[in-house]
Design a binder for this molecule. Structure first.
Ligand code: SF4
Length: 377
């Protein structure tokens, strides 16, 4: 089974921390939407006839799309790919776009899962991040989404925000829980060089939160969400039973996906493909019916290391038998003493040769995965 990701590269304004690909110039929006639709057709063979089980509109801000634009892309997608009945259709949305009319139109279009970029329920924090919404809208849009008939709602929250007190963070978590979402994604604020925060940090005007404090905030989140019945099925993702993101899980399970739109990635097990991160060049290429992408063939080392990096962040863990059978890489032989240390100090458990990180291990998931990498000279 496969997934399709559509990258909608526009935003009303630039959040101070964001290094995703987007433009705040909406002038060529109609042409870009047409180009993304054209790319779906040009890429019709990428998934080799595999059935599509998840479709994800990400960005950027897909909730800026009109009903006609969204329906146009979906019509083409249905005509071009075999889509499973009951497929998951997620759309990332910003609270300021989610009017009652908008929510009704998204339902009519067949979107059955919303991922809402709330980030914080605190007005001072939202202003600091340069988000376009306020705290009142953040809560109201979720209530309105339920009223419109959505039954699968994910909320994004950011932690490790400089100067955000513990009390504000805990209050944020409580406010999120009060809205009864089925899913919460929460990422630590990272200061990226080419963002407003990156420039402020370089000029000494912003000091990132240190890793220990960020780790404590994640632990508070894990404790509160697990207490409310959520499962931390990936380091940054929490779901009530039956509400894991099927689309993102397919990334972590190394299933094939096609990404269309500027900056989108695709993956089919043997290679990754990266679309150009530039709206004008993307448009030009698609108008000439070419796909502006670079391709990276994945070596055995890449495949093993990608597998470790993604699965060790998840609740289902890394299957060491699968790694051996697929790539003839014997992790216990190569990293025996390190593995024993992980188990002894309760950073990980090993059952049926499946390596899973414990709660404290998950705080160091990327580091532990990289320590287990296959390294060829
Ligand atoms: S965080 Fe989302 S809304 Fe903000 S600039 Fe980035 S893509 Fe746009």
């Amino acid at each position: 089974m496969a997934g399709i990701y559509l990258h909608i590269p526009f935003c009303k304004q630039a959040c101070h921390y964001c290094d995703f690909h987007f433009s705040t110039n909406l002038d060529n929006r109609a042409s870009i939407v047409a180009a993304i639709t054209e790319e779906l057709v040009l890429q019709r063979d990428y998934l080799q006839g595999e059935r599509v089980n998840t479709v994800y509109f990400g960005g950027g801000t897909p909730s800026l799309l009109s009903e006609a634009e969204l329906n146009g892309m979906l019509d083409t997608l249905y005509k071009t790919f075999p889509v499973n009945t009951g497929a998951e259709f997620t759309l990332e949305a910003n609270p300021d776009d989610l009017t009652k009319d908008k929510l009704a139109s998204l339902r009519r279009s067949g979107i059955n899962r919303l991922s809402i970029g709330i980030q914080s329920f605190d007005d001072a924090v939202l202003k600091f991040l340069n988000r376009a919404h306020n705290a009142t809208l953040a809560s109201q849009c979720v209530v309105d989404a339920y009223d419109a008939g959505f039954e699968n709602i994910s909320i994004d929250l950011i932690y490790a925000i400089p100067d955000q007190t513990e009390a504000v963070w805990e209050e944020n978590i409580q406010k999120a829980l009060n809205l009864n979402p089925q899913h919460i994604s929460s990422y630590s604020l990272t200061i990226e060089q080419k963002t407003a925060f990156g420039r402020w940090a370089a000029a000494g005007k912003l000091r990132p939160v240190d890793d220990d404090l960020a780790g404590q905030q994640l632990q508070v989140l894990v404790g509160r969400l697990e207490g409310a019945g959520f499962d931390q099925y990936e380091v940054s993702n929490f779901a009530l039973p039956g509400f894991q993101s099927r689309h993102n899980s397919s990334y972590w399970k190394s299933e094939a996906y096609l990404g269309v739109g500027p900056s989108a990635h695709s993956y089919n097990g043997a290679h990754r493909q990266f679309n150009i991160s530039n709206n004008s060049l993307y448009l030009k290429a698609l108008q000439a019916k070419t796909i502006p992408a670079t391709r990276e063939e994945l070596t055995r080392e890449d495949q093993i290391n990608d597998y470790l990096l993604t699965t060790l962040r998840t609740a289902w863990g890394a299957d060491l038998t699968h790694i051996f059978n697929t790539w003839h890489y014997d992790v216990p032989t190569t990293h025996g003493p390190y593995l024993n240390d992980l188990l002894r100090s309760q950073y990980a458990s090993l059952d049926n040769n499946i390596l899973r990180l414990t709660r404290r291990g998950k705080l160091l998931a990327d580091k532990i995965a990289s320590d287990l990498f296959l390294l060829t000279p």
